[in-house]
Design a protein around this ligand. Structure first.
Ligand SMILES: NC(=O)c1ccc[n+]([C@@H]2O[C@H](COP(=O)([O-])OP(=O)(O)OC[C@H]3O[C@@H](n4cnc5c(N)ncnc54)[C@H](OP(=O)(O)O)[C@@H]3O)[C@@H](O)[C@H]2O)c1
Length: 400
Protein backbone atom coordinates (compact mmCIF):
# COMPACT_ATOMS: atom_id res chain seq x y z
CA UNK A 1 0.00 0.00 0.00
CA UNK A 2 1.27 3.41 -0.94
CA UNK A 3 1.53 5.92 1.90
CA UNK A 4 0.00 9.38 1.47
CA UNK A 5 1.76 12.68 2.10
CA UNK A 6 0.79 16.32 1.81
CA UNK A 7 2.52 19.22 0.04
CA UNK A 8 1.89 22.90 0.81
CA UNK A 9 3.55 25.79 -1.02
CA UNK A 10 4.14 28.29 0.52
CA UNK A 11 3.75 28.09 4.30
CA UNK A 12 5.50 31.25 5.45
CA UNK A 13 2.57 33.66 5.59
CA UNK A 14 -1.09 34.15 4.94
CA UNK A 15 -3.36 31.35 3.84
CA UNK A 16 -0.52 28.85 3.35
CA UNK A 17 0.75 29.43 6.88
CA UNK A 18 -2.66 28.93 8.42
CA UNK A 19 -3.50 26.02 6.15
CA UNK A 20 -0.35 24.20 7.20
CA UNK A 21 -1.22 24.69 10.84
CA UNK A 22 -4.77 23.59 10.21
CA UNK A 23 -3.81 20.44 8.34
CA UNK A 24 -1.30 19.50 11.02
CA UNK A 25 -4.14 19.47 13.50
CA UNK A 26 -6.89 18.14 11.32
CA UNK A 27 -5.48 15.44 9.10
CA UNK A 28 -4.34 12.02 10.26
CA UNK A 29 -1.24 12.12 12.41
CA UNK A 30 0.40 9.42 10.31
CA UNK A 31 0.44 11.58 7.18
CA UNK A 32 3.61 13.67 6.78
CA UNK A 33 3.54 17.20 5.43
CA UNK A 34 6.17 18.91 3.31
CA UNK A 35 5.81 22.70 3.49
CA UNK A 36 7.88 25.26 1.63
CA UNK A 37 9.29 28.64 2.49
CA UNK A 38 11.41 31.14 0.61
CA UNK A 39 13.43 31.63 3.78
CA UNK A 40 16.84 30.03 4.11
CA UNK A 41 16.21 29.55 7.80
CA UNK A 42 13.52 26.95 7.40
CA UNK A 43 13.74 26.09 11.09
CA UNK A 44 12.46 29.55 11.90
CA UNK A 45 9.49 29.10 9.60
CA UNK A 46 8.84 25.72 11.14
CA UNK A 47 8.98 27.22 14.60
CA UNK A 48 6.39 29.82 13.63
CA UNK A 49 4.17 27.14 12.13
CA UNK A 50 4.22 25.09 15.31
CA UNK A 51 4.21 27.91 17.81
CA UNK A 52 1.08 28.11 19.89
CA UNK A 53 -0.72 25.46 17.91
CA UNK A 54 -3.99 24.73 19.53
CA UNK A 55 -7.35 23.48 18.42
CA UNK A 56 -9.17 25.76 16.06
CA UNK A 57 -11.15 28.63 17.51
CA UNK A 58 -14.01 27.43 15.35
CA UNK A 59 -13.95 23.88 16.66
CA UNK A 60 -17.17 22.70 18.06
CA UNK A 61 -17.53 21.37 21.55
CA UNK A 62 -15.98 19.60 23.30
CA UNK A 63 -12.59 21.21 22.81
CA UNK A 64 -9.87 18.94 21.49
CA UNK A 65 -6.91 18.15 23.71
CA UNK A 66 -3.73 20.14 23.28
CA UNK A 67 -1.69 18.73 20.39
CA UNK A 68 1.60 16.88 20.86
CA UNK A 69 4.01 19.44 19.46
CA UNK A 70 6.90 17.02 19.30
CA UNK A 71 4.88 14.62 17.17
CA UNK A 72 3.72 17.47 14.95
CA UNK A 73 7.29 18.64 14.52
CA UNK A 74 8.35 15.16 13.43
CA UNK A 75 5.55 15.13 10.95
CA UNK A 76 6.29 18.52 9.43
CA UNK A 77 9.15 18.65 6.92
CA UNK A 78 10.36 21.94 5.52
CA UNK A 79 11.81 22.85 2.12
CA UNK A 80 13.70 26.11 2.46
CA UNK A 81 15.04 28.54 -0.15
CA UNK A 82 12.03 27.57 -2.19
CA UNK A 83 11.07 30.23 -4.73
CA UNK A 84 8.54 29.39 -7.43
CA UNK A 85 10.31 31.73 -9.84
CA UNK A 86 13.49 29.68 -9.48
CA UNK A 87 13.07 26.27 -11.03
CA UNK A 88 16.27 24.98 -9.50
CA UNK A 89 14.84 25.53 -6.05
CA UNK A 90 11.74 23.58 -7.04
CA UNK A 91 13.86 20.77 -8.38
CA UNK A 92 15.85 20.68 -5.14
CA UNK A 93 12.63 20.33 -3.16
CA UNK A 94 11.47 17.66 -5.58
CA UNK A 95 14.61 15.67 -4.79
CA UNK A 96 14.10 16.22 -1.09
CA UNK A 97 10.54 14.93 -1.42
CA UNK A 98 11.65 11.92 -3.44
CA UNK A 99 14.06 11.02 -0.65
CA UNK A 100 11.54 11.57 2.12
CA UNK A 101 8.68 9.92 0.28
CA UNK A 102 10.01 7.45 -2.31
CA UNK A 103 7.44 7.16 -5.10
CA UNK A 104 7.47 3.38 -5.01
CA UNK A 105 6.13 3.46 -1.46
CA UNK A 106 4.43 6.85 -1.24
CA UNK A 107 2.12 9.09 -3.20
CA UNK A 108 1.22 12.75 -2.96
CA UNK A 109 -2.33 12.83 -1.71
CA UNK A 110 -2.98 16.52 -1.16
CA UNK A 111 -1.07 19.30 -2.88
CA UNK A 112 -1.70 23.00 -2.39
CA UNK A 113 -0.13 25.44 -4.86
CA UNK A 114 -0.88 28.77 -3.24
CA UNK A 115 1.76 31.37 -4.13
CA UNK A 116 0.39 34.72 -5.12
CA UNK A 117 1.20 38.42 -5.30
CA UNK A 118 -0.94 41.40 -6.15
CA UNK A 119 0.06 44.65 -7.81
CA UNK A 120 -3.06 46.75 -7.94
CA UNK A 121 -3.76 48.24 -11.38
CA UNK A 122 -6.92 50.31 -11.51
CA UNK A 123 -6.10 51.70 -14.91
CA UNK A 124 -4.01 50.52 -17.83
CA UNK A 125 -1.63 53.39 -17.16
CA UNK A 126 -0.75 51.81 -13.85
CA UNK A 127 0.43 48.61 -15.46
CA UNK A 128 4.18 48.27 -15.46
CA UNK A 129 6.02 45.63 -17.39
CA UNK A 130 8.09 44.61 -14.39
CA UNK A 131 5.16 44.20 -12.02
CA UNK A 132 3.03 42.40 -14.59
CA UNK A 133 5.87 40.03 -15.37
CA UNK A 134 6.45 39.34 -11.69
CA UNK A 135 2.75 38.67 -11.25
CA UNK A 136 2.74 36.13 -14.05
CA UNK A 137 5.94 34.54 -12.82
CA UNK A 138 4.63 33.99 -9.32
CA UNK A 139 0.89 33.52 -9.87
CA UNK A 140 0.81 31.56 -13.13
CA UNK A 141 4.24 30.14 -13.88
CA UNK A 142 4.68 29.36 -10.19
CA UNK A 143 1.84 26.83 -10.09
CA UNK A 144 2.85 25.53 -13.52
CA UNK A 145 6.37 24.77 -12.34
CA UNK A 146 5.02 23.21 -9.17
CA UNK A 147 2.80 21.03 -11.32
CA UNK A 148 5.69 20.10 -13.56
CA UNK A 149 7.77 18.77 -10.69
CA UNK A 150 5.35 17.69 -8.00
CA UNK A 151 2.43 16.26 -9.96
CA UNK A 152 4.85 13.47 -10.69
CA UNK A 153 4.24 12.26 -7.14
CA UNK A 154 0.50 11.94 -7.62
CA UNK A 155 -0.83 8.38 -7.86
CA UNK A 156 -0.95 6.38 -11.05
CA UNK A 157 -3.68 3.93 -11.98
CA UNK A 158 -1.65 1.08 -10.54
CA UNK A 159 -0.88 2.85 -7.25
CA UNK A 160 -2.50 1.14 -4.31
CA UNK A 161 -4.00 4.13 -2.52
CA UNK A 162 -6.23 2.16 -0.22
CA UNK A 163 -4.17 3.34 2.75
CA UNK A 164 -5.33 6.89 2.12
CA UNK A 165 -9.00 6.20 2.20
CA UNK A 166 -8.70 4.33 5.44
CA UNK A 167 -6.22 6.72 7.00
CA UNK A 168 -7.38 8.29 10.17
CA UNK A 169 -5.60 9.94 12.98
CA UNK A 170 -4.11 7.25 15.11
CA UNK A 171 -2.79 9.51 17.82
CA UNK A 172 -5.70 11.10 18.46
CA UNK A 173 -7.95 10.45 20.48
CA UNK A 174 -7.96 14.15 19.99
CA UNK A 175 -9.38 13.49 16.62
CA UNK A 176 -11.94 11.11 17.92
CA UNK A 177 -13.03 13.20 20.76
CA UNK A 178 -13.29 16.37 18.82
CA UNK A 179 -14.76 14.65 15.83
CA UNK A 180 -17.38 13.08 17.90
CA UNK A 181 -18.81 16.48 18.45
CA UNK A 182 -19.49 16.57 14.78
CA UNK A 183 -22.41 14.32 15.27
CA UNK A 184 -24.27 17.27 16.62
CA UNK A 185 -24.17 18.80 13.19
CA UNK A 186 -26.19 16.03 11.65
CA UNK A 187 -24.63 16.38 8.24
CA UNK A 188 -26.52 13.47 6.83
CA UNK A 189 -29.80 15.14 7.46
CA UNK A 190 -29.06 17.88 4.96
CA UNK A 191 -29.47 17.57 1.28
CA UNK A 192 -26.57 18.20 -1.07
CA UNK A 193 -26.59 21.82 -1.93
CA UNK A 194 -27.53 22.75 1.56
CA UNK A 195 -30.85 22.56 3.24
CA UNK A 196 -30.16 25.43 5.53
CA UNK A 197 -30.97 28.91 4.47
CA UNK A 198 -28.13 30.62 2.71
CA UNK A 199 -29.67 34.03 3.07
CA UNK A 200 -27.00 35.14 5.47
CA UNK A 201 -24.08 33.57 3.68
CA UNK A 202 -21.32 35.95 2.63
CA UNK A 203 -22.06 35.06 -0.96
CA UNK A 204 -25.70 35.98 -0.63
CA UNK A 205 -24.85 39.09 1.32
CA UNK A 206 -22.55 40.25 -1.42
CA UNK A 207 -25.13 39.43 -4.05
CA UNK A 208 -27.70 41.59 -2.39
CA UNK A 209 -25.13 44.32 -1.91
CA UNK A 210 -24.50 43.98 -5.63
CA UNK A 211 -20.89 44.97 -5.28
CA UNK A 212 -19.13 44.13 -8.45
CA UNK A 213 -21.24 41.07 -8.89
CA UNK A 214 -18.91 39.17 -6.65
CA UNK A 215 -19.59 36.59 -4.08
CA UNK A 216 -18.85 37.14 -0.45
CA UNK A 217 -15.77 39.20 -0.56
CA UNK A 218 -13.47 39.05 -3.49
CA UNK A 219 -10.59 41.26 -4.39
CA UNK A 220 -12.72 43.16 -6.82
CA UNK A 221 -15.32 43.54 -4.17
CA UNK A 222 -12.60 45.09 -2.08
CA UNK A 223 -11.57 47.35 -4.87
CA UNK A 224 -15.08 48.68 -5.35
CA UNK A 225 -15.46 49.16 -1.64
CA UNK A 226 -12.14 50.89 -1.40
CA UNK A 227 -13.09 53.38 -4.04
CA UNK A 228 -16.34 54.21 -2.34
CA UNK A 229 -15.26 54.27 1.24
CA UNK A 230 -11.63 54.98 1.92
CA UNK A 231 -12.08 56.50 5.34
CA UNK A 232 -13.49 53.45 7.06
CA UNK A 233 -11.46 51.85 9.81
CA UNK A 234 -11.41 48.20 10.72
CA UNK A 235 -12.30 47.99 14.39
CA UNK A 236 -14.50 44.97 14.58
CA UNK A 237 -12.35 41.90 14.58
CA UNK A 238 -14.25 40.35 17.43
CA UNK A 239 -17.58 40.86 15.77
CA UNK A 240 -16.08 39.55 12.62
CA UNK A 241 -15.11 36.28 14.24
CA UNK A 242 -18.52 35.96 15.82
CA UNK A 243 -20.24 36.66 12.54
CA UNK A 244 -18.05 34.19 10.76
CA UNK A 245 -18.73 31.58 13.40
CA UNK A 246 -22.44 32.00 12.83
CA UNK A 247 -22.10 31.96 9.09
CA UNK A 248 -19.86 28.98 9.24
CA UNK A 249 -22.63 26.88 10.71
CA UNK A 250 -24.85 27.85 7.80
CA UNK A 251 -22.31 27.68 5.03
CA UNK A 252 -20.76 24.41 5.98
CA UNK A 253 -23.80 22.32 5.22
CA UNK A 254 -23.25 22.42 1.48
CA UNK A 255 -19.67 21.29 1.41
CA UNK A 256 -20.17 18.96 4.33
CA UNK A 257 -22.98 17.28 2.52
CA UNK A 258 -20.77 16.80 -0.49
CA UNK A 259 -18.08 15.47 1.78
CA UNK A 260 -20.47 13.08 3.41
CA UNK A 261 -21.38 11.77 -0.01
CA UNK A 262 -17.85 11.40 -1.20
CA UNK A 263 -16.40 9.89 1.90
CA UNK A 264 -19.15 7.72 3.14
CA UNK A 265 -16.78 4.79 3.19
CA UNK A 266 -14.70 6.69 5.65
CA UNK A 267 -17.30 8.35 7.74
CA UNK A 268 -19.24 5.20 8.18
CA UNK A 269 -16.16 3.20 9.03
CA UNK A 270 -15.51 4.70 12.39
CA UNK A 271 -17.49 5.75 15.31
CA UNK A 272 -15.14 8.70 15.59
CA UNK A 273 -17.19 10.72 13.19
CA UNK A 274 -15.05 13.12 11.24
CA UNK A 275 -16.09 12.30 7.70
CA UNK A 276 -19.06 14.42 6.96
CA UNK A 277 -18.92 15.85 10.42
CA UNK A 278 -20.17 19.29 11.07
CA UNK A 279 -17.16 20.68 12.87
CA UNK A 280 -13.63 21.36 11.86
CA UNK A 281 -12.08 18.15 13.11
CA UNK A 282 -11.63 16.47 9.79
CA UNK A 283 -9.20 13.70 10.61
CA UNK A 284 -9.37 11.97 7.30
CA UNK A 285 -8.25 12.33 3.73
CA UNK A 286 -10.39 12.41 0.61
CA UNK A 287 -10.62 9.13 -1.23
CA UNK A 288 -8.84 10.44 -4.31
CA UNK A 289 -5.67 12.50 -4.38
CA UNK A 290 -6.31 16.18 -5.02
CA UNK A 291 -4.12 18.95 -6.39
CA UNK A 292 -5.38 22.42 -5.47
CA UNK A 293 -4.32 25.55 -7.31
CA UNK A 294 -5.19 28.81 -5.60
CA UNK A 295 -7.29 30.93 -7.90
CA UNK A 296 -9.49 33.96 -7.21
CA UNK A 297 -12.92 34.90 -8.40
CA UNK A 298 -11.45 37.80 -10.31
CA UNK A 299 -9.82 35.16 -12.52
CA UNK A 300 -13.23 34.33 -13.91
CA UNK A 301 -13.66 35.86 -17.37
CA UNK A 302 -17.38 35.17 -17.12
CA UNK A 303 -17.66 37.08 -13.88
CA UNK A 304 -15.55 40.07 -14.84
CA UNK A 305 -17.85 43.04 -14.47
CA UNK A 306 -15.50 45.77 -13.37
CA UNK A 307 -12.30 45.32 -15.31
CA UNK A 308 -9.04 46.55 -13.85
CA UNK A 309 -6.55 44.40 -11.99
CA UNK A 310 -5.20 43.42 -15.38
CA UNK A 311 -2.21 41.35 -14.39
CA UNK A 312 -3.61 39.71 -11.29
CA UNK A 313 -6.91 38.93 -12.96
CA UNK A 314 -5.35 37.37 -16.03
CA UNK A 315 -2.79 35.45 -13.97
CA UNK A 316 -5.63 33.79 -12.10
CA UNK A 317 -7.46 33.08 -15.34
CA UNK A 318 -4.28 31.27 -16.36
CA UNK A 319 -4.40 29.32 -13.10
CA UNK A 320 -7.89 28.14 -13.97
CA UNK A 321 -6.75 27.02 -17.39
CA UNK A 322 -3.70 25.28 -15.95
CA UNK A 323 -5.89 23.47 -13.48
CA UNK A 324 -8.06 22.04 -16.22
CA UNK A 325 -5.04 20.86 -18.16
CA UNK A 326 -3.45 19.38 -15.07
CA UNK A 327 -6.62 17.50 -14.35
CA UNK A 328 -6.53 15.91 -17.79
CA UNK A 329 -2.93 14.90 -17.20
CA UNK A 330 -3.77 13.39 -13.82
CA UNK A 331 -6.76 11.61 -15.29
CA UNK A 332 -4.60 10.11 -18.03
CA UNK A 333 -2.09 8.60 -15.66
CA UNK A 334 -4.15 8.17 -12.50
CA UNK A 335 -7.72 7.66 -13.65
CA UNK A 336 -10.01 8.25 -10.69
CA UNK A 337 -7.17 8.22 -8.22
CA UNK A 338 -6.11 11.81 -8.77
CA UNK A 339 -7.79 15.06 -9.72
CA UNK A 340 -7.08 18.78 -9.82
CA UNK A 341 -9.25 21.68 -8.79
CA UNK A 342 -8.84 25.42 -8.38
CA UNK A 343 -10.11 27.31 -5.38
CA UNK A 344 -11.36 30.79 -4.53
CA UNK A 345 -11.01 31.53 -0.81
CA UNK A 346 -13.06 34.72 -0.61
CA UNK A 347 -11.38 37.87 0.59
CA UNK A 348 -9.03 36.92 3.37
CA UNK A 349 -7.36 39.18 5.88
CA UNK A 350 -3.75 38.61 4.85
CA UNK A 351 -0.92 40.85 3.72
CA UNK A 352 -2.13 40.49 0.16
CA UNK A 353 -5.38 42.28 0.91
CA UNK A 354 -4.01 44.57 3.62
CA UNK A 355 -4.60 47.80 1.72
CA UNK A 356 -8.32 47.06 1.65
CA UNK A 357 -8.98 45.85 5.14
CA UNK A 358 -10.52 49.13 6.16
CA UNK A 359 -12.85 49.28 3.21
CA UNK A 360 -14.64 45.99 3.35
CA UNK A 361 -17.52 44.88 5.51
CA UNK A 362 -16.42 42.56 8.27
CA UNK A 363 -18.63 39.72 7.21
CA UNK A 364 -17.00 39.79 3.78
CA UNK A 365 -13.45 39.80 5.05
CA UNK A 366 -12.53 36.36 6.32
CA UNK A 367 -9.95 35.70 8.96
CA UNK A 368 -7.27 33.31 7.70
CA UNK A 369 -8.38 30.78 10.29
CA UNK A 370 -11.92 30.86 9.01
CA UNK A 371 -10.78 30.78 5.39
CA UNK A 372 -8.67 27.66 5.80
CA UNK A 373 -11.44 25.86 7.61
CA UNK A 374 -13.76 26.60 4.72
CA UNK A 375 -11.07 25.55 2.28
CA UNK A 376 -10.49 22.27 4.09
CA UNK A 377 -14.20 21.53 4.09
CA UNK A 378 -14.49 22.12 0.37
CA UNK A 379 -11.27 20.43 -0.69
CA UNK A 380 -11.37 17.43 1.60
CA UNK A 381 -14.98 16.95 0.65
CA UNK A 382 -14.44 17.26 -3.09
CA UNK A 383 -15.61 14.49 -5.36
CA UNK A 384 -14.48 13.47 -8.82
CA UNK A 385 -17.37 15.34 -10.40
CA UNK A 386 -15.60 18.52 -9.30
CA UNK A 387 -12.39 17.80 -11.15
CA UNK A 388 -10.80 20.42 -13.34
CA UNK A 389 -13.07 23.24 -12.17
CA UNK A 390 -12.93 26.23 -9.86
CA UNK A 391 -14.73 26.09 -6.50
CA UNK A 392 -15.38 28.71 -3.89
CA UNK A 393 -15.53 28.61 -0.11
CA UNK A 394 -19.19 27.66 -0.22
CA UNK A 395 -18.43 24.66 -2.38
CA UNK A 396 -20.03 26.38 -5.36
CA UNK A 397 -18.53 26.49 -8.82
CA UNK A 398 -16.91 29.65 -10.14
CA UNK A 399 -17.32 29.69 -13.88
CA UNK A 400 -14.01 30.20 -15.73
N1 LIG B 1 -6.08 37.19 0.54
C1 LIG B 1 -7.09 37.22 -0.31
O1 LIG B 1 -8.08 37.95 -0.12
C2 LIG B 1 -7.10 36.32 -1.51
C3 LIG B 1 -8.25 36.27 -2.32
C4 LIG B 1 -8.26 35.44 -3.44
C5 LIG B 1 -7.15 34.67 -3.70
N2 LIG B 1 -6.03 34.74 -2.90
C6 LIG B 1 -4.87 33.93 -3.27
O2 LIG B 1 -4.47 33.14 -2.17
C7 LIG B 1 -3.07 32.86 -2.27
C8 LIG B 1 -2.41 33.16 -0.97
O3 LIG B 1 -2.51 34.55 -0.72
P1 LIG B 1 -2.41 35.16 0.74
O4 LIG B 1 -3.64 35.94 0.94
O5 LIG B 1 -2.04 34.13 1.71
O6 LIG B 1 -1.21 36.19 0.52
P2 LIG B 1 0.03 36.60 1.43
O7 LIG B 1 -0.34 36.59 2.86
O8 LIG B 1 0.56 37.85 0.83
O9 LIG B 1 1.06 35.40 1.21
C9 LIG B 1 1.65 35.22 -0.03
C10 LIG B 1 2.56 34.03 0.07
O10 LIG B 1 3.11 33.81 -1.24
C11 LIG B 1 4.50 33.62 -1.07
N3 LIG B 1 5.26 33.98 -2.24
C12 LIG B 1 5.30 35.18 -2.88
N4 LIG B 1 6.15 35.12 -3.90
C13 LIG B 1 6.68 33.87 -3.90
C14 LIG B 1 7.63 33.21 -4.68
N5 LIG B 1 8.25 33.80 -5.70
N6 LIG B 1 7.92 31.90 -4.39
C15 LIG B 1 7.32 31.29 -3.36
N7 LIG B 1 6.41 31.86 -2.58
C16 LIG B 1 6.10 33.14 -2.85
C17 LIG B 1 4.87 34.50 0.11
O11 LIG B 1 6.11 34.08 0.63
P3 LIG B 1 7.03 35.07 1.53
O12 LIG B 1 6.49 34.99 2.92
O13 LIG B 1 8.39 34.48 1.40
O14 LIG B 1 6.93 36.44 0.96
C18 LIG B 1 3.71 34.24 1.03
O15 LIG B 1 3.89 33.05 1.77
C19 LIG B 1 -2.57 33.70 -3.44
O16 LIG B 1 -2.49 32.89 -4.59
C20 LIG B 1 -3.65 34.75 -3.63
O17 LIG B 1 -3.72 35.22 -4.95
C21 LIG B 1 -5.99 35.53 -1.81
Amino acid sequence: MSKPWIFICPSSRGIGHHLTRYLLLHTPSTVPILATTRASDKAATKYRLLRGLSPSPFSAHPPAPEPDLHALSERLHMAGDFDVTDERSIEAAYRQAATLFPPDTHHLHLAFALPGILHVEKTLAQVTYADALETYRVNALGPLMLMKWFADFMPRKMTDTSASSSTRSSSSSSSSSSSSSSSSSTPSSSTPGGSSSSTDSPREAAKSANVGGYGGGDMENLEAAAQAQRQKHPNQDQNQNQNQNQKRNQNQSQSQDRKADNNTNISSSSSGGGGGGGDSSLHYLPTQSIWVNMSARVGSVTDNRLGGWFSYRSSKAAVNSLTKSLDYALRMRGGDKAMAMAYHPGTVKTDLSRDFWGSIANDKLFTPEYAVEAMARVVLGAGLEQRGKVWDYNGEEVLP
